[in-house]
Design a protein. Structure first.
Length: 435
């Protein structure tokens, strides 16, 4: 057993006991009330899940095992000579519930490099799609094709004891994380660079190697990818992709099937696809306003027209947050350091200055502030990754970190199949009529 896995196993016994003791002591206590309006509003805000890896606070933003993004940028190990935290470190933190050392992060990076070999049939399945198929369609197919390698599927068929479920899930999760950059880069090069594929460089870290396989040889872009993969890694358990992975995993579907389900959710325009919608909207605005850097007055007029046409301003608003998304702030600080005069960055900045007041004036918006999607496309465009249909695939590669750490813990803690109850409008009407 490798050292990472052995260290994780050493944390299991106390964690399981802690959860069992807590349930025994407080299992009958009530932590919230469900309103009828929540039943009709996507279960918004209903406390119904345990996700240990991260928690989203309305005022403070996302915290990973209790640490904010600025704290992680300070405390997590960076690549030699770099400033941004390595995603290997945030995965280690989410999995182990402890900050990693530089040696821990290096071991994680090497472990993933050893696991990164993708079977040839996966590429053949991707190649069967027409090149104009959306990158997320090809990505889902590639993930599903990897299921032939599932350790959990084999172990379950052979009759594994349920207390040991976590072990093959751990193996599947680690293998999946290791192989996703190769699959994603293959899709990118196939679609946008005439199938001129680039072999992985095992000497690079996980994010750096991903950037390398995409075709970039720029240390600044490598740093951007490290930040991007870190800040997109998790967003507690109630968002569509994380919840779908947890839900499907609760049926003891292996990590490949579970992650495929989550990526199908991420591909929706109200979730992960929003990052490409933002940059599409910004480029359309610039073109319709005559090109160049529009004034704040021009942007305000365009924003109001968008709203009057019954459309939303992509990249603004959040189901939970009631402040500017700290992930947006991290990206803005990166842009201010590396590209302060980039025209798209200046447009994004002016949109940031204009939109919140307009949204607040409508009286209909609880959170008028930008979320993570409002900025990420501009950064990628600056370095030449202009194919914004691909952005959600990158988001998906990153989101594997938090969701796979959570899925491993779901099996450690023996969470049952998820099966909430439901009701009908007629039954509710009868209930309240009786009152």
């Amino acid at each position: 057993m490798d050292k990472l896995k052995a260290h994780f196993e050493s944390r299991i016994e106390n964690s399981v006991k802690e959860v069992k003791d807590f349930i025994a002591a407080h299992g009958d206590e009530v932590i919230g009330e469900i309103k009828v309006s929540q039943l009709y509003a996507g279960m918004r805000g209903m406390p119904a899940l345990i996700t240990e890896t991260s928690k989203l606070d309305a005022e403070e933003g996302i915290r990973f095992r209790g640490y904010s993004i600025p704290e992680l940028q300070e405390k997590l190990p960076a690549y030699p000579g770099g400033k941004q935290p390595l995603p290997e470190g945030i995965f280690y933190l989410m999995l182990m519930n402890e900050l990693p050392s530089e040696d821990d992060v290096r071991r994680m990076s090497n472990n993933w490099a050893r696991r990164a070999q993708v079977p040839h049939h996966v590429f053949k399945i991707i190649d069967a799609f027409p090149k104009h198929a959306h990158p997320m369609t090809q990505f889902l197919a590639g993930i599903t094709a990897l299921r032939t390698e599932s350790e959990f599927q084999r172990a379950y068929r052979e009759g594994i004891n349920k207390k040991d479920y976590w072990e093959p899930v751990y193996e599947d999760a680690m293998n999946l994380i290791a192989r996703l950059p190769r699959i994603a880069a293959y899709i990118y090069r196939r679609m946008y660079h005439e199938g001129d594929h680039i072999e992985p460089n095992s000497k690079l870290d996980w994010s750096g190697n991903f950037a390398h396989m995409l075709g970039f040889n720029n240390e600044e872009f490598y740093e951007l990818m490290r930040m991007y993969m870190t800040i997109h890694a998790d967003h507690e358990g109630g968002n569509v992709s994380a919840h779908a992975i947890h839900l499907v995993g609760s049926a003891l579907s292996d990590p490949y099937l579970s992650f495929t389900a989550g990526m199908a959710g991420l591909a929706g325009p109200l979730h992960g696809l929003a990052n490409q919608e933002v940059i599409r909207w910004i480029l359309s605005m610039r073109d319709e306003l005559g090109g160049g850097l529009p004034s704040k007055e021009q942007i305000a007029s365009y924003v109001k027209k968008t709203l009057n046409d019954g459309k939303v301003i992509p990249g603004f608003g959040h189901a939970v947050l009631r402040k500017t998304d700290p992930r947006y702030t991290a990206q803005r600080e990166f842009a201010m350091e590396h590209m302060p005069h980039d025209e798209l960055f200046l447009i994004v900045s002016r949109v940031y200055e204009v939109v919140p007041d307009i949204l607040k004036a409508t009286g209909k918006v609880k959170n008028p502030w930008p979320n993570v999607d409002a900025h990420s496309g501009q950064l990628l465009m600056h370095y030449g990754l202009t194919q914004y249909d691909f952005y959600t695939v990158m988001f998906g590669v990153s989101r594997s970190l938090g969701t796979m750490a959570s899925l491993i813990w779901d099996r450690v803690l023996g969470f049952p199949i998820e099966r909430p109850g439901s009701t009908t409008t007629e039954l509710l009407k009868a209930k309240f009529a009786a009152k």
